[in-house]
Write a protein that binds this ligand. Structure first.
Ligand SMILES: [Zn+2]
Length: 270
């Protein structure tokens, strides 16, 4: 599943090819995505210039004067830029064609992605409830500490709650808690104030490490037959159950928590 670093890397990879260019048309071969693609999408956006390509959480925002196109990659989606037309494959559901040639192609085998039009993205029902960006200024130790007071929910689930902070998925929450030496099972309200500084730093660090990794894949977003794919940085704890902890050699444990697998060191994460 594409996580925030993949979405941000997609944005960085595509922006030089689409920002400042105009949309010729949008061909929707399969409108049955997570939400049906609006029939008037192409009509509304044809002729519009893409003024910016931004990201909010895991949404890509293509800004035009006629509205903002929100693209979400869902569980299995990817976007790439084609400078020459290529025959489309089975899961290439949407093509956004640019004036003067070139196209953005959306591939999504599981069809949990979305293509939506928003007149005012800041108040759109999907974006409005989102918490702060984990790499932004609002996400501080003080903020996270305040949101956690009185919460019985485990700290890992608290971190994965998009209303608290966006884009911290299962892998990154597990890795950040390992780095901060906090047990993922500890109730959020029972994590001491002093531990939130290291936790916030750890969240930022794991995401920045992934972005750095993604930087090496930028060219995959342009041309070629392959999919951009999802990158995986070297992980300290995720999917390492039974293997020795990188800090203390205790075997890593796996637990199911809120229907998601959690990996942690039972000795040095408290
Ligand atoms: Zn350990």
């Amino acid at each position: 599943m594409p996580e925030l670093p993949e979405v941000e890397t997609t944005r960085r990879g595509l922006a030089p090819y689409v920002v400042g260019r105009s949309i010729a048309s949008i061909e929707v071969r399969e409108p049955r995505l997570r939400w049906p693609v609006a029939k008037n999408l192409s009509k509304t956006l044809a002729g519009q210039r893409i003024d910016a390509l931004e990201r909010r959480g895991k949404y890509l925002l293509f800004t035009t004067k006629a509205g903002t196109l929100l693209v979400h990659l869902g569980m299995s989606g990817s976007l790439r830029y084609l400078s020459e037309p290529l025959a489309h494959g089975q899961h290439d559901h949407v093509d956004l064609r640019l004036t003067g040639g070139g196209c953005l192609r959306f591939n999504d085998p599981r069809r949990f992605g979305s293509w939506l039009l928003a007149s005012r993205p800041e108040t759109h029902r999907l974006l409005e409830p989102l918490g702060p960006e984990p790499l932004g200024e609002e996400f501080t130790a003080d903020y996270l500490w305040k949101t956690s007071r009185g919460r019985q929910v485990a700290i890992k689930q608290h971190l994965m709650n998009g209303r608290i902070v966006v884009g911290v998925g299962n892998i990154y929450a597990s890795e950040a808690l390992f780095r901060a030496q906090i047990s993922p099972l500890r109730p959020a309200g029972r994590v001491a104030r002093a531990r939130f500084g290291p936790l916030v730093d750890a969240v930022r660090d794991v995401l920045n490490d992934a972005l750095e990794e993604g930087g090496t894949t930028l060219r995959n977003y342009v041309d070629g037959n392959g999919n951009p794919g999802y990158f995986r940085q070297s992980l300290d704890v995720y999917e390492r159950d039974g293997q020795p902890c990188k800090r203390c050699k205790t075997p890593i444990k796996r637990r199911v928590q809120g229907q998601r697998a959690t990996y942690y060191c039972p000795r040095c994460q408290r």
